[in-house]
Design a protein around this ligand. Sequence first.
Ligand code: NAP
Length: 486
Amino acid sequence: MSDPMNVLAPEHRRLRIGDAWRDAAGGATFVVEDPATGKTIAEVADADVVDGLAALDAASEAMAEWAATPPRKRSELLTATYRALTERSEEVARLITLEMGKPLAEARGEAAYGAEFFRWFAEEAVRVEGRYNTAPAGGYRILTVPKPVGPCVFVTPWNFPLAMGARKIAPALAAGCTTITKPAAQTPLTMLFLARIMEEVGVPPGVVNVVTTKRAGEVVSALLADRRTRKLSFTGSTEVGRVLLRQAADNVLRTSMELGGNAALIVCADADLDVALDGAMVAKMRNIGESCIAANRIYVEEPVREEFTARFAERMGALSVGHGLDDGVDVGALIDEASVTKIDELVADAVNRGARVLVGGERPDGPGHFYPPTVLVDVPEDARMLEAEIFGPVAPIISFTSDDEVMAKANDTEHGLVGYVFTRDLQRALRFTEGLETGMVGINRGLISDPSAPFGGVKQSGIGKEGSHEGILEYLDVTYAAIDLP
Ligand code: NAP
């Protein structure tokens, strides 16, 4: 197979600003590594504040014309992006795997998922509507006019290098906004490839700018401090989200925050255990567990605990670990050594407090950042992994005996992104859906991500929604006109 890097020519491993691909003003670069080998795969431009502001110049200059572009035209450009991404999905997938480490099958899934945001928002672009009605007291009319919010700054994480940017860029463009995306420093290549595709299909210069940098703090602060920026959408950790919310407050920016999670997955005794096992495997192991919606805590009702645990452990133990580009690999490399160390420490902490390891639990030697699929039982309530985002292939199993007990435990966290419930009892499923303090619930399903559904958390998991009709509303302001008409 050819080198996945061939799809991104050296001239496109630079900053995408306006109509140009250019080096950082200071000439700096940084390297991108393959997490499965630790080897350098590319060098990209390392933007500083000057470059960030140049991207904002471009986004601001392009704003009026893009906002005035007919919705149908904007829609067609989004459709063209969807088609190009779909035609080139294998190239996109291989690039994702190379820089991020996930197995190729998962990267193909992300390529399709990311592309779908462009199709969905191409369809939404032509359905932005205001309304006209008589004021309740009579005497005048109320007219609402939706308008694009303006130039947007996007900051995205490394775990879904395409999809996390796509689900911001597509609705923003649909609404008539221009964009600057700062991808994660560990995975900048896929976003550059997307910008190149969008240039090729004819998205006008300045509408999609991409700024790669190792100096996220400086560059993003400068962008948020500039009054031309009108919106921040961030996906990443709650910790960084808090910092950016504070910065955004100075300019009273509109914000969408997609932050960390600590999902509880609840298996009730009446569940179809085959369905629950499939769901738990997906919810835990999709993206190697490096997902904000990964099942972080698996609660199993006592009567089925033994059977579920044995079958789940068997399936986890059968997964093969290796380079994501190799055939038959289920579990690729984690993003970096710090991640492996963090996970190893969480496992050691749980074991020190009395947990037992059924599968995995041993950090391997050798190159690359690997950790084996791991299942722990008898995990005590004070184990750190029940509170921290594990972000890896480790599954703690805890038993429960009543719905009230498990609901209280599931909600005992600052996070509120998603919960999963497996039961054949409809009333029970609905009680959990109403009682779980989360923005999303998977009922007898471990996979909930869908561009046509509103994705987002409550509590400290975030503010706002991505995808669905709600997704485009995040990029629209509403001007209301009072029209005198006795
Ligand atoms: P992160 O450390 O918060 O980084 C996310 C992005 O923020 C990266 O582009 C990073 O740049 C940038 N950044 C870091 N510090 C910054 C600062 N001071 N100012 C401005 N930007 C800054 O998160 P991550 O490790 O990449 O991603 C994992 C986290 O994302 C997890 O907590 C996960 O739950 C969350 N996540 C949430 C969702 C959701 O939809 N709710 C989806 C996916 C992931 P650098 O790369 O240069 O550090």
